[in-house]
Design a binder for this molecule. Structure first.
Ligand SMILES: [Ca+2]
Ligand SMILES: [Ca+2]
Ligand SMILES: [Ca+2]
Ligand SMILES: [Ca+2]
Length: 348
């Protein structure tokens, strides 16, 4: 059976010309008919014009809902049925409705920079330094699964994130420098010290628990002796020009080691170290590496990764009564080394 699709508004228009009685109005002018006591244009008399108007009228075209066509059969009233104006061409009938539910929402205030290249703008990335295009957040705390610590209850948000672009994402705290040279450049900051240490920390105090993370590339230049690069935490700024005290997790280039250090203001002490090298000796010097230190209130866990697949870990319990406080600020350090830092994150 042949069928036509007719917009509902068209049927209303057609109905207006039916059922009138001349007796209700007395007399109507030529071309008009009585419709419930009023003289209205005789649409039946206008015939083809009425159809043409309906098709050409922008008002009707706009208000007729192609999504809700009324289906009528051709036959006795075929003259009154108006084919829909190019509905098939203008309206995609097969609109896909299976849009993936994991697509993250649009970023309302982007900074037009994507530090980890996962397609999610830094301003909205739940893990701005770890590629996680699906932005999974199993516990719904706003911190992505990819950058939660091993205990998902431990960390819950990004306290500070520096891509080293400019100050757009670093305005909540200042960077403070102590020793060496710190040279900002678009997207990085380069720290250099020879031989003494250079510290740079973010003036944002972290309570327990927290984690600090830095991504870095040692500069491709020959080095000899002990060359350390890493993250600082528990930094207590020294008053009156006194050097700060700190804890630190460092990568050492010569023997590819991972170690935990402490500066109590009197001496810098190697507290613990990973027993084996954390990367192959053939790993190129300018490989990007990541160091993270997590303080959960009981122990420090340092983890190391590089983009070549190297991995290492170091855990060390800290006695709160005999150990040095780990409350404080987080930052970066180089010792007898020149390193380009790509990003820094303070998690809480
Ligand atoms: Ca991103
Ligand atoms: Ca990410
Ligand atoms: Ca989470
Ligand atoms: Ca960067």
């Amino acid at each position: 059976m042949e069928r036509w699709w007719v917009p509902a508004a068209t049927l209303v228009l057609l109905a207006a010309g039916c059922g009138a009685s001349p007796d209700d109005c007395g007399r109507c002018d030529p071309g008009f008919v009585c419709y419930f006591g009023s003289c209205v244009p005789d649409l039946d008399a206008r015939g083809a014009d009425a159809d043409a108007d309906a098709e050409a009228s922008p008002e009707i075209a706009d208000t007729a809902e192609p999504e809700t066509p009324v289906e009528v059969e051709t036959g006795a009233e075929a003259d009154e049925v108006v084919p829909p104006p190019d509905v098939a061409d203008d309206v995609p009938v097969d609109v896909p409705i299976d849009v993936p539910v994991d697509v993250p929402p649009a970023c309302p205030d982007p900074v037009a920079h994507d530090e980890d290249g996962d397609g999610v703008d830094d301003a909205c990335d739940r893990c701005p330094t770890i590629p996680d295009p699906e932005q999974r957040d199993g516990d719904g705390d706003g911190l992505g699964d990819a950058c939660e610590a091993r205990d998902p209850d431990l960390l819950s948000h990004l306290e500070a994130f520096a891509a080293f672009l400019d100050n757009r994402l670093e305005t909540r705290a200042r960077w403070l420098n102590d020793g060496g040279t710190w040279t900002p450049a678009p997207d990085v900051v380069t720290g250099s010290s020879s031989p003494y240490g250079a510290n740079r920390w973010l003036e944002a105090r972290a309570g327990n628990p927290y984690a600090v993370e830095a991504r870095f590339r040692p500069q491709d230049a020959p080095r000899s002796g002990s060359n350390y690069t890493g993250v600082l935490f528990g930094v207590q700024a020294g008053a009156g020009g006194v050097a700060p005290t700190w804890w630190g997790c460092f990568f050492e280039w010569d023997n590819r080691s991972l170690s935990l250090w402490r500066n109590d203001g009197r001496a810098i002490t190697n507290v613990a170290f990973a027993e084996s090298a954390v990367e192959d000796n053939a790993t190129p010097r300018d490989t990007a590496r990541r160091l993270r230190a997590v303080w959960d209130g009981r122990q420090v866990v340092c983890t190391f990764d590089n983009e070549a697949g190297g991995h290492g870990e170091l855990a060390h319990p800290v006695d709160p009564f005999t150990g040095m406080s780990l409350a404080g600020m987080g930052g970066l350090r180089v010792y007898n080394e020149t390193t380009t830092f790509l990003s820094f994150v303070l998690y809480r």
